[in-house]
Design a protein around this ligand. Structure first.
Ligand SMILES: [Zn+2]
Length: 502
């Protein structure tokens, strides 16, 4: 049995003004050919596939294509997306007879010219392999499902949890593929596009309406003949032609059942739409006041407007400015406030000055100039790291680029030369010699992925910071999203049963 394996993953923030090139993919390991087989065991959905492939009775020959993973960020440069696509297609053209293609995608990637990058990739792959070869895609559940994706792929399988479960999603999709290859029974697919968009505040699957929606999916999967029910609450900073939530259902071969369940899942999301807009965000100055008053264990300040994992640039100054302003009135303390900021020029200044030097720099507010302004800080450079390679469980080898630690009283500012995975991970501070248990609070540039600080975290505040991933979605200028859509348009009506697969 011969199955081709590939991955092209990026999550685009449409409102982030910069562009992403090849270097962002290289920072996470841009692998080709046999490198995939040595680098990807245990890592992400491809790791899940490799695990299941190994357990088959029949020997599975894995034909490695390309692995390009870049987290989240701005739209991808056309030249980069063209290059990555060719790295995927060339070995596919040369592969000869295949029994299936297993292709890990995010689902919310855009390039400069292509709103629906995954649709374009799947169409190109389908073109090479023809209509009959199974094409299976594990996806991020913040994907934007499009008609072209559903047309071109046979199986679209989303994450079951937020924070995500990439390896488990890979296992799930792989099992469905091998069951299909064993039985010869092509799964049926049905879906609904749901005309709604919501902020990230209720995105965790551990509680609230999101738990209710995802629990319903898991329950339906227990019914006879149902293979997969994947809800897709699209990430909310994607301004694209077919933007909006969706649900995809696969059954063994019962198209009518698949359609009924897609309608039921669509209707449930629609019914809960107001609950998805409930927010617990705290205004910036009040959040920082609470942070300085915090005593027991670590407080996590979620910089919701500057979620790097959602595509924001990581150079928001809203919380930093307030931390510096309120630091003036604080007593001497050995408990630190940890805050990251992306600013290449400031990093260069710190690097040139060296450890022990006192510097005055302008920080942040340079990439996102719409919602942010730079803040000036005078402090001591206490550590500098030009490059560090970190191994993150289930994520693989991750490069931490240049980081300088600038201390201003109790505030320790991690000045990053570029945004990356480490910005929300303890390794950012640990590799500079800081201990997380010494900290009073840490700012994370994410609205959902707090899990890496879980061992220390005692409290969480969702800070209502303006920025490219802010929860106030109405503040963005939407030009591509289809209308009407809830809640931007008043009195939007939608009937999941009548909508049919459109
Ligand atoms: Zn996601």
């Amino acid at each position: 049995m011969r199955i081709a394996l590939g991955e092209i993953v990026q999550e685009t923030g449409s409102f982030t003004p910069s562009r992403m090139g090849r270097a962002a993919f290289e920072a996470y390991g841009l692998y080709q050919g046999a490198e995939l087989l040595t680098q990807l065991p245990g890592v992400g959905p491809p790791g899940g596939f490799l695990q299941v492939a190994q357990m088959q009775d029949e020997t599975v020959e894995v034909v490695p294509l390309v692995r390009a993973w870049a987290g989240a960020g701005a739209k991808i440069l056309d030249e980069t997306s063209d290059e990555l696509l060719e790295m995927l297609l060339q070995p596919l053209r040369d592969a000869g007879q295949l029994d299936a293609v297993y292709l890990s995608l995010h689902g919310a990637a855009s390039s400069e010219r292509e709103d629906d990058l995954e649709g374009a990739i799947l169409a190109a792959v389908r073109d090479v392999i023809g209509p009959d070869v199974p094409l299976v895609c594990p996806l991020d559940h913040h994907a934007n499902i499009t008609a072209r994706m559903v047309d071109c792929a046979d199986l679209l399988v989303g994450h079951e949890t937020q924070p995500h479960d990439p390896l488990a999603t890979g296992v799930k999709a792989a099992r469905l593929l091998f069951d299909w290859l064993r039985t010869g029974c092509r799964p049926a697919i049905a879906w609904r596009k749901i005309p709604m968009i919501t902020p990230q505040d209720q995105f965790l699957t551990s509680g609230g309406p999101m738990k209710e929606w995802f629990d319903r999916a898991r329950a339906l999967e227990q019914e006879p003949g149902v293979l997969d029910v994947s809800p897709y609450p699209m990430q909310p900073w994607l301004d694209v032609a077919e933007g909006g939530w969706a649900v995809v259902v696969h059954t063994e071969d019962d198209a009518v059942l698949a359609d009924q369940l897609a309608a039921e899942m669509g209707a449930l999301a629609w019914e809960l739409r107001a609950a998805f807009w409930q927010s617990e965000r705290v205004e910036v100055a009040e959040a920082v006041r609470r942070a300085y008053a915090h005593e027991d264990g670590l407080l996590v300040l979620s910089d919701t407007g500057d979620s790097v994992y959602g595509g924001a640039p990581g150079d928001s100054t809203w919380i930093l400015r307030e931390l510096l302003r309120q630091a003036a009135g604080q007593p001497e303390t050995d408990r630190t406030m940890l805050v990251p900021i992306v600013d290449r020029a400031a990093f260069d200044v710190a690097l040139a000055a060296g450890v022990g030097a006192e510097i005055t720099v302008s920080l942040g507010g340079k990439i996102d100039q719409q919602f942010n302004q730079p803040v000036s800080a005078t402090g001591t450079v206490v550590a500098v790291s030009e490059r560090h390679q970190a191994d993150i469980e289930e994520r693989g080898s991750v490069e931490v680029g240049g980081v300088a630690l600038l201390q201003v009283g109790p505030v320790h500012i991690a000045v990053l030369a570029s945004a990356g995975f480490a910005i929300c991970h303890p390794v950012l501070y640990q590799h500079l010699g800081l201990e997380i248990e010494q900290a009073r609070a840490v700012v994370v540039k994410t609205a959902s992925n707090f899990q890496f600080f879980a061992p220390w975290r005692k409290e969480l505040i969702r800070v209502d910071s303006p920025g490219m991933t802010q929860s106030d979605l109405a503040a963005f200028t939407w030009t591509r999203t289809p209308r009407p859509i809830y809640p931007f348009d008043v009195n939007v009506t939608w009937d999941a049963a009548a909508a049919g697969a459109s």
